[in-house]
Design a protein around this ligand. Structure first.
Ligand code: SAH
Length: 494
């Protein structure tokens, strides 16, 4: 029976507070605005009621009275209601009014501040709103009103005289009037000014000018809402400190097709380098139930993917076992196909003895060449290549191949398919992501028919590239090192 007035930050999901994510995950009802991060509701409960309370496609905003009525009504009936707003709920967010209405209705509420756009958008454009040499104070104002309106609530003369940075929210349409007023009030037309559109979002754009030029610049550059305007000497720092646009993958949109469980690490790394990431998993893994293998009976245990490690340990755990079920290192070796698999093993307390340089079956088979083997376990996916088991059998070893998980096709939604098609690059991290992706976009021919507008193809290695070629697609980029680091390095180099 509490309503939480929660700030969702300016747009970059990474700028959502820990508290906001925790409340979203718990909420029975979430009433949200338009300007919230696209992924803000990903962590909501599947059965949570999500109510949209913003402008639909440029149409009418849901009236404030209607929102307040909803807040009170749901606040009475539900345990936990999150009112999610862009930026900070108490900065030009009408959070204050909503809190007043809740108090009047006798409903408990809490406020969770958010990172406000007026500080975050400039910061992402390299503009500190205060600076020891340039501005010791900062004022936040709304540019929503027509400054020529006689009854304007803002005293533009006083604001012009304000000795510090002016940060204007909701002001793009009134820029000409605002800058004229500030110049009238005594600010120099040469004073630096900057505009940051869609600050902290992948499409962020910033322009820098002066009080005298900024309104025309906004027209020339077609600057649109949401935009923050910055007036004051700090605006000039944009040119020197614009760190965002200098990141290696800034402006590049990359589609990631691997399973959701594995996509997040790759997506995070790419975002960290400045890319916009479209997560479009075409595959998911499902562990196959079955008895835990008698690990103690093997002198070699091979794992060929992190999912295989997780599935193997699920089986052990189902029987009350843990890492101690592995034979001692004096009697058996553990082999991993690559660093991600080795990492998954380490998380369960198992150190890898054998790992090839290249994360492919052939390399693992070669790396095992000098390892004495009599009985080997290969725990892996149901459908997988037999390179490792064949090589071991050829050497006279007895090999048990135990499928511990399977991959299943995930259908992409139409919106996902459209987002992938519009990307600059599409990454494939296994042959099955290639097959499933092409199946889910209506087959290779339909995909190829899209022609040059298709995203360029990035393959993690030769096996994945072969699968692409088998469907008539030539990989544009192939990683030299067949893991995520290699994939990323290849993208940056391209
Ligand atoms: N409560 C919000 C502000 C809501 S008013 C906050 O604290 O940030 C809406 C205005 O905020 C927009 O017109 C724009 O001026 C600004 N704004 C919101 N998100 C923005 C973003 N990502 N980039 C630039 N300006 C943004």
């Amino acid at each position: 029976m509490t309503v939480y007035l929660v700030g969702a930050g300016p747009g970059d999901p990474g700028l959502m507070t820990a508290r906001s994510l925790e409340l979203i995950a718990r909420a029975d009802v979430i009433i949200h605005d338009r300007l919230i991060p696209a992924s803000a509701l990903d962590g909501a409960r599947a059965d949570a009621e999500l109510i949209y309370a913003g402008k639909e496609g440029g149409g009418e905003q849901v009236p404030q009275e209607e929102i307040t009525r909803l807040l009170i009504e749901r606040g009475r009936s539900a345990e936990s209601v999150v009112r999610l707003k862009g930026g900070d709920p108490f900065v030009f967010g009408r959070g204050g009014e909503e809190a007043e209405a809740l108090i009047d209705a006798g409903i408990a509420f809490e406020v969770v501040p958010g990172v406000t756009a007026g500080i975050a958008a400039p910061a992402y454009a390299g503009i500190p709103v205060t600076h020891r040499d340039a501005a010791s104070s900062v004022a936040f104002l709304t540019g929503h009103e027509d400054p020529d309106k006689a009854e304007s609530a803002l005293d533009w003369r006083a604001l012009a005289a304000f000795p510090g940075t002016l940060i204007v929210y909701m002001g793009v349409r009134q820029l000409a009037g605002i800058s004229a007023r500030l110049i009238d009030g005594g600010r120099s037309p040469d004073e630096p000014a900057a505009l940051v559109q869609s600050g902290t979002l992948p499409g962020q754009r910033a322009v820098q000018g002066t009080l005298g030029t900024i309104a025309q610049l906004a027209v020339d550059e077609q600057i649109r809402a949401p935009t923050i305007a910055v007036f004051g000497p700090v605006a000039a720092l944009h040119d020197r400190l614009r760190w965002l646009e200098r990141r290696p993958l800034h402006g590049v949109t990359i589609a990631v097709t691997r399973a959701r469980e594995q996509a997040s690490r790759l997506a995070e790394r790419l975002r960290g380098l400045g890319a916009e990431v479209v997560v479009a998993p075409v595959i998911s893994t499902r562990t196959l139930p079955g008895p835990a293998p008698e690990l103690d009976s093997y002198d070699l245990i091979c794992l060929t993917s992190p999912s295989g490690v997780e599935a193997l340990f699920e089986r052990l755990e189902a029987e009350g076992l843990d890492a101690r079920a592995f034979p001692p290192r004096t009697r058996a070796r553990v082999a991993a196909i690559g660093p991600a698999t080795a990492r998954a093993l380490r998380q369960h307390g198992i150190v890898t003895d054998v790992m090839p340089e290249q994360a492919v079956g052939e390399a693992l088979a070669a790396a095992l060449g000098s390892v004495p083997v009599t009985r080997a376990l290969v725990a892996r996916a149901r459908e997988a290549r037999d390179v490792v088991p064949d090589a071991l059998r050829e050497r006279g070893a007895e090999v048990d191949v135990v499928p511990v998980y399977e991959t299943v096709v995930e259908e992409l939604t139409q919106a996902q398919t459209a987002a992938v098609a519009a990307a600059d690059l599409i990454t494939f991290t296994s042959a099955s992501t290639v097959r499933n992706f092409l199946a889910s976009v209506g087959g290779a021919d339909a995909w190829i028919a899209r022609g040059q507008s298709r995203p360029r193809t990035v393959s993690i290695g030769p096996v994945t590239s072969e699968e692409l070629r088998a469907h008539g697609l030539e990989p544009d980029i192939e990683a030299a090192q067949h893991d995520i680091d290699g994939l990323i390095a290849a993208i940056i180099r391209s």
